[in-house]
Structures are given as structure tokens and as C-alpha cells.
Design a protein around this ligand. Structure first.
Ligand code: DOR
Ligand code: ZN
Length: 336
């Protein structure tokens, strides 16, 4: 059995730089027509020249495989002139609360001061992508941040807002209430709960921000995704860290899911008996909300099993060592 997807998109992706970029980008380019590139590099991508350099490096790292990097600028105070100049080269601005996750120190420390730039985004019709967590108790951070989303949605009704990597039932409920809000959902948050991370021996490869939540939260995400909510977009949040930064004292947050993204999604949708909805989740919904038309790139999946390698270079992938039922067509994977 095969499945042909029309220009699948990964709407939340960390590709890093240099050697790591060259290691990980080909996995996204092999499966997706394009992806939304996160700007939280060691030096954040917060100017047009930096964004152009990074975009060129990504395209070079993808080699011959066509892949459209939909670039984001790291949120800070921008002038109208800066945003006007950037508008045609970005898919949005990515807002991080200061210090909330990997390389977000330059993020927003005072939300009372973001209004001017956010109003410009609304005026110029540039989407705002948000890492929505407070600095509260780790399991409550997303829920506590929902008030900010509601304030944004009501104060700036024409602004398109993306709640990135939602993990809670309450976030799904907020999404229902506002047409100007969409949300990305990761593969790993559809699969794991906090129990998988820390219920037995600690699993550094599953440690990420936002942290995986409860079975009830996971169920709410699954229900909304598998029933085909039109404003839920696939965003892997694939975030590679070398093994020595994961298996150490002070484990970095991030799940490297790029190599398994589409095959595992096909398996989940098949298990939920809604394979026909996969295409909207990985492409159609994003095209509609972001109003983008990616270059045509059909991607085939086949029902042929393979085992996820233990290591990709210095990085352990999500589901390392496990057998998946679907693989990329033409990848030469056979029954294991
Ligand atoms: O787990 C995460 N890793 N969450 C984020 O928000 C950032 C990401 C990273 O850049 O490593
Ligand atoms: Zn991310």
C-alpha cells in the first residue's frame, strides 16, 4: 500500500547551523516540500541580512532536494520600516518569553511592552508565532499562558496568531474560540506523556519544552487532530541536540523527530482509522491559514517496515531502535 502526499509541510522546525544543519536538513528535505524555520540560533535570527544568510545555508544543506525554508525573525521591537522590508521574506515573527527554552534569552521579558510591534504585525498582516509558556510550575506553564493568547486574539482581531506546539486540553479549547488562532502539534506530543519522560528511568531523548503532559491532554490533542480540526497544523518541533548535551547533567530540551516524522504520522493516522485526514494536517491546513502555496512536491509513503537507527551522527532520534510500519517511498526500506 502506498500513500501520496501533496507537498507536505513541517510548520515548526529547528535546523541549527553548520555541521548540525548539514546533518539534519536532508531528513526534512526528503519528506517535506518546506518548513517553518525557527530563529533561536546561538545568535538569534533578528535581522534581514542574518535571515538571508541562514536561508541560503539551509538551501545549501538540503543539497539537490527541493525544500522551501519559510523563514521567521526572532521577535523583538521592530520599526515599521524593518517589518515592511522583511514582510515578503518571512512567514512570521517568532516570539519567545525570555529564557523559557533553548537559546531564548533575548526573548520578551515584559509583555506589557510588545503592543507596538504586535500592532505593526497586524497592520502589515505578518503572522505572530508564539512559544506560549510562563515561568510557572512546569506542568502549568502552557495553561497559565493561555490568557496572553486570548488577549492577543481579542486586542488584535486581524492578527494571525499561531500557538506553537500545544500540549494541553485547555489550549485546544482556546483554539476553538478564536478564528484568528491556529496551532501546531508535534508528533511526540501526540504519542507521549510525562510518564514516558520520567515515569521510569529518565529518558533524555523525550525531554522537551513544553514538557509532555497527562494522558487526558494527549487524548484531547489526538481527538482534535484525528477529527481533522482545520486550524491544527503539523509542526514537528524537531530539535536536535548532540548526545553529550542530552545524556549529561543538565539535559538540553528537544526531541529530534525529523527522520521519523511522516512515517510515524501515517502509522498514527492509520491506527486512528483516519489516514484520509493526514494530508490536511501536514499540508492543507497550513496552506489555508498561512495563505501559502508551496512548490509542488509529491511525497510517497509505503507500507514497508524499517527500524529507526540508534544514532544519526551525534544525535539520537525519537523512536531510535524501534520498528515503524511506514517508510518513505523510494527509500529502499524493506521488511526488518
Ligand atoms: O524542546 C525544545 N527544544 N523546545 C523549544 O522550544 C526549543 C527547542 C530547541 O531549540 O532545542
Ligand atoms: Zn521549537
Amino acid at each position: 500500500m502506498t500513500l501520496l502526499l501533496d507537498s507536505p509541510l513541517d510548520m515548526h522546525l529547528h535546523l541549527r547551523e553548520q555541521e548540525m544543519l548539514r546533518l539534519v536538513a536532508p531528513f526534512s528535505a526528503a519528506q517535506f516540500a518546506g518548513g517553518v524555520i525557527m530563529p533561536n540560533l546561538v545568535q538569534p535570527v533578528d535581522s534581514l541580512p542574518r535571515l538571508r544568510d541562514y536561508r541560503a545555508a539551509i538551501i545549501a544543506a538540503c543539497g539537490p532536494e527541493p525544500f522551501t525554508p519559510y523563514m521567521t525573525l526572532f521577535f523583538r521591537d521592530y520599526s515599521r520600516a524593518e517589518l515592511l522590508a522583511a514582510r515578503d521574506e518571512v512567514i512570521g515573527l517568532k516570539l519567545y518569553p525570555a529564557g523559557i527554552t533553548t537559546q531564548s534569552e533575548a526573548g520578551v521579558a515584559d509583555f506589557d511592552r510588545i503592543g507596538t510591534t504586535v500592532a505593526l504585525l497586524e497592520e502589515l498582516d505578518i503572522p505572530l508565532l508564539v512559544h506560549g509558556e510562563t515561568a510557572g510550575f512546569v506542568m502549568d506553564r502552557e495553561r497559565e499562558f493561555l490568557a496572553v493568547y486570548q488577549w492577543l486574539a481579542e486586542t488584535f482581531p486581524r492578527l494571525r496568531i499561531v500557538m506553537e506546539h500545544i500540549t494541553t486540553a485547555e489550549a485546544v479549547a482556546v483554539l476553538e474560540r478564536y478564528d484568528n488562532i491556529a496551532a501546531t502539534v508535534t508528533l511526540h506530543h501526540l504519542m507521549i506523556t510525562l510518564d514516558d519522560v520520567a515515569g521510569g528511568l529518565l529518558q533524555p531523548d523525550l525531554f522537551c519544552k513544553p514538557i509532555a503532559k497527562t494522558p487526558r491532554d494527549r487524548e484531547a490533542l489526538r481527538q482534535a487532530v484525528f477529527r481533522g480540526h482545520p486550524r491544527l497544523l503539523f509542526g514537528s518541533d524537531s530539535a536536535p541536540h548532540p548526545r553529550d548535551k542530552k545524556e549529561c547533567c543538565g539535559c538540553a530540551a528537544g526531541v529530534f523527530s525529523a527522520p521519523v516524522a511522516l512515517p510515524m504520522l501515517a502509522q498514527l493516522f492509520e491506527e486512528a482509522d483516519c489516514l484520509e485526514r493526514l494530508s490536511a494536517f501536514v499540508s492543507g491546513n497550513a496552506r489555508q491559514f498561512y495563505r501559502i502555496t508551496p512548490p509542488q512536491k509529491p511525497v510517497g509513503l509505503q507500507r514497508a517496515a524499517w527500524r529507526v537507527p540508534e544514532l544519526y551522527g551525534s544525535v539520537r532520534a525519537f523512536l531510535a531502535g524501534q520498528e515503524l510500519r511506514w517508510s518513505l517511498a523510494g527509500s529502499g526500506e524493506a521488511k526488518v
